[in-house]
Write a protein that binds this ligand. Structure first.
Ligand code: 5AD
Ligand code: SF4
Length: 469
């Protein structure tokens, strides 16, 4: 596949930072506030950290109150219709905040607005929105915002082309223990149900040196968990001349001195190879967790989804990773009710699930996405019929997850304590396989690795006591 990889120059990024400074110095109002609301995946969370980074450089403090915010940014997701409906609901409600605060600037960005029909809908039906920009235009958010501020005209900036690579945008990170590190952006796979290749464009990898520099500074700042992000991390580096693979990248990050763990997502089964499993095994800092989206267990449906593997091939991959790491934590995504999925097809999915016995599963009912090939496929089954499959899937997975969690009882596991639970006095953490753990202990433990003796569990979490040294 040939496409143009566009790198935004450091000079262009510097111009954006200069605009931030201009905005900061240009207003005498000392208390300017901004709100950034995020929908969707971790990649979007990471994008929002950059938007906050820019806003911070412009002199804005963050708020959760949409009535007092001078600037509101809604970072949207397009993967399923449900999220889009919620976004429209939120944008609609902002007409009230704008009435109360007429100078308020409302921006909507992310995957949803990269779609032409959504941008048009906002243009026509949501006059309160001042600025719209797609994921690939994020790097020039300061320039776009400044134009809205100075002209008071509405701006619609949707990316065109293959997508760009940008370095040097400041982050305002939302956590002190866990950090996102985007290694690549975009997707070349064109699964027939998925909108992402149309909203985030083609795969492009950041250079290994830039990634390593960011990882080193995260470790130096005291972050304990670094999650490497990409739509399909296994194809990392294919667009670069330096030919560093994702497995090699994990090894390089593992070599950074410090007490931290490496996680990553997401892996497409068609590109997951032994080289990756060997790196996961060898690297003591790499979590023993693989999120390997199956989507469906019927070969007929997998073909229609353009997933490029069969159930048999997927199962042999699972066997292979378990040869390398016997106690690997495996999680997956399943779509129920893909166009034309019959009872027989669904039974094939159930068979794979019983064979693999995932630790956890994320299940979705198929959502028709305009512009994707699957949107044109006949979809004869009703929502109610799909719901029956969905409920059965959940019931079986809940049983398996609980059985797998029971195996932890009586074992002492190393846990990164990462925060406090809603329940008073309870701390939360993750095992090296990424399982959620609740325990009681002093808040000073947040950000440290602690041994926990597991005493109890449910479908979602383990519960235990801090082990005495
Ligand atoms: N409908 C339902 N689920 C979807 N996903 C992606 N596109 C759709 C869609 N159109 C799910 C897939 C993917 C996860 C992030 O979202 O399971 O792995
Ligand atoms: Fe993330 Fe995909 Fe949603 Fe965009 S459409 S926010 S890439 S899940």
């Amino acid at each position: 596949m040939s496409y143009k990889r566009t790198e935004i120059s450091q000079e262009d990024v510097k111009k954006q930072l200069d605009i931030c400074r201009e905005i900061k110095e240009g207003t005498h109002d000392s208390k300017r506030l901004a709100l950034v609301d995020t929908f969707g995946c971790q990649q979007n969370e990471e994008d929002s950290e950059k938007i906050r980074g820019y806003l911070d450089a412009m002199g804005y403090a963050m708020t959760d109150d949409e009535f007092e915010a001078d600037v509101i940014v809604i970072n949207t997701c397009a993967v399923r219709e449900h999220a889009e409906m919620r976004v429209f609901g939120n944008i609609g409600a902002l007409s009230h905040t704008k009435k109360k605060k007429p100078g308020q600037i409302i921006a909507v960005c992310g995957c949803m607005v990269q779609q032409e029909h959504i941008a048009e809908k906002i243009k026509k039906s949501f006059p309160q929105v001042d600025l719209v920009f797609g994921p690939d235009e994020l790097w020039r958010f300061p320039e776009l915002l400044k134009t809205v501020m100075s002209t008071r005209r509405r701006i619609f900036a949707r990316g065109k082309g293959d997508g760009c690579v940008v370095e040097g945008i400041p982050h305002m990170r939302s956590d002190k223990v866990k950090a996102w590190l985007s290694v690549m952006n975009g997707c070349n796979n064109f699964c027939s149900y998925c909108i992402v290749p149309y909203t985030r464009f083609r795969e492009r990898s950041r250079r290994p040196d830039d990634i390593l520099e960011e990882a080193r500074s995260l470790v130096a700042e005291g972050y304990k968990e670094i999650t490497l992000l990409g739509q399909n991390v296994n194809s990392y580096g294919r667009d670069l001349n330096c030919r560093v693979s994702f497995a090699q990248l994990i090894r390089m990050i593992n070599d950074i001195d410090g007490d931290f763990v490496i996680r990553f997502m997401t892996s497409h089964p068609k590109d997951a190879h032994e080289e990756l499993f060997a790196a996961m095994k060898d690297c003591e800092k790499c979590e023993k967790h693989l999120h390997l989206p199956l989507q469906a267990g019927s070969d007929r449906i997998l073909k229609a989804m353009n997933r490029c593997y069969t159930a048999e091939k997927y199962l042999s991959l699972v066997d292979k990773v378990r040869e390398y790491i016997p106690d690997i934590v495996l999680t997956t995504d399943i779509i129920v009710g893909f166009p034309g999925e019959t009872d027989e097809d669904f039974e094939e999915t159930m068979k794979v699930i019983e064979k693999v016995r995932y630790d956890a599963m994320f299940t979705f009912i198929y959502s028709k996405r305009e512009g994707t090939p699957a949107a044109k496929m006949p979809d004869p089954f009703t929502r109610e019929q799909k719901q029956v499959h969905f409920d059965r899937l959940l019931e079986v997975q809940n049983r398996i997850s609980e059985e797998k969690h029971r195996e932890y009882i009586g074992k002492t596991v190393r846990v990164l304590i990462d925060g406090r639970d809603r329940e008073e006095g309870v701390l939360t953490g993750r095992t090296i396989g990424g399982r959620l753990v609740r325990t009681t202990g002093d808040e000073s433990l947040i950000g440290s690795f602690t041994d926990v003796l597991i005493k109890d569990c449910n479908t979602w979490a383990l519960r235990g006591d801090i082990a005495r040294k």
